[in-house]
Design a protein around this ligand. Structure first.
Ligand code: A2P
Length: 273
């Protein structure tokens, strides 16, 4: 099955669907990533703070896939924003890779005000070929505009919490205006959105699961998604969303669900080191 790709503002392409491994226990990560790769997934989204880069790396090594067939993202943790080159070197070592496809500043952590330092280092990491693309995560409009005003590279992506009950249309419009692709983390709202009556009704009509309908909504809206599942059947199900389409009316109905149902931290106040 061929997964659609999105072309980033630096010319690189990213598969629009991948596997996220947030909260995936290191003890089972290798097995699940290996299963995903054997079943067609080619895009894996991890982070230094997830504590499972090594297991992701082992699954990649045993997959037998060529490096250029894979898209691997990792993220710079908050306490390393003034130390990005060493932090990326550690991540690459754990992943067993010479470069990552995408390296992200994980959170803006406004209290520490070091994300510009991190970004300037990451511009160098990109120039050195250690990260093909660089971007940010959990950035609000003011963080994005400041970063862009004070640097030479516009982030390739902004990875933010997006799902039907936190649709983030305003922030996505800012991403679009700035030429930044939107990556949606917790695309299913950590399961909270699966029971929504609008989703359930569309799923029943389409003969698909609520998760497949939500993922399809993301794909049709242009978001990049990497739902996490550590269940083999759901992992396959989440990949199997390219044989149907939502009508414009269905997309609009999901757009209309509304809500501010944040399942993760608020970037304005999240300063954990
Ligand atoms: P599991 O790992 O047992 O499949 P999000 O990506 O929005 O953070 O959501 C992740 C959560 O959604 C996990 O608890 C995961 O559980 C669950 N999940 C992932 N895919 C599906 C699916 N197709 N149907 C139901 N739940 C799912």
């Amino acid at each position: 099955m061929s997964i659609p790709t999105i072309t980033l503002n630096d010319g690189h392409t990213i598969p629009q669907l991948g596997l996220g491994v947030f909260l995936m226990d290191p003890g089972i990560t290798q097995k699940h990533v290996a299963f995903a790769l054997a079943n067609g997934y080619r895009h894996i989204d991890t982070a230094a703070s997830y504590g499972n880069e090594q297991e992701v790396g082992r699954a990649i090594a045993e997959s037998g896939l060529q490096r250029d067939e894979l898209f691997v993202t990792t993220k710079l943790w908050n306490d390393r924003q003034t130390d990005a080159p060493a932090a990326l070197a550690e991540s690459l070592d754990k992943l067993g890779l010479d470069y990552v496809d995408l390296y992200l500043i994980h959170w803006p952590t406004p209290k520490f005000d070091t994300y510009l330092d991190a970004w300037h280092s990451m511009e160098g990491l990109r120039a050195d070929g250690l990260a093909r693309s660089i971007g940010v995560s959990n950035f609000h409009e003011k963080h994005l505009r400041r970063l862009i005003a004070e640097s030479d590279v516009v982030p390739a992506v902004n990875q933010i919490e997006v799902h039907p009950t936190l649709a983030q249309f305003d922030l996505i419009a800012v991403n679009d205006e700035l030429g930044i692709a939107t990556e949606a983390w917790s695309p299913l709202g950590r399961k909270a959105d699966l029971d929504n009556e609008v989703i359930v009704r569309i799923a029943e009509r389409q003969g698909k699961s609520p998760a497949q309908v939500i993922l399809r909504w993301h794909i049709q809206r242009g978001n990049i998604v990497f739902p996490k599942s550590q269940n083999p059947d759901r992992l396959k199900q989440n990949f199997d969303i390219f044989d149907f389409e939502l009508s414009d009316d269905d997309v609009l109905a999901i757009d209309g669900i509304g809500g501010e149902n944040r399942v993760g931290p608020d970037p304005e106040t999240f300063n954990r080191h």
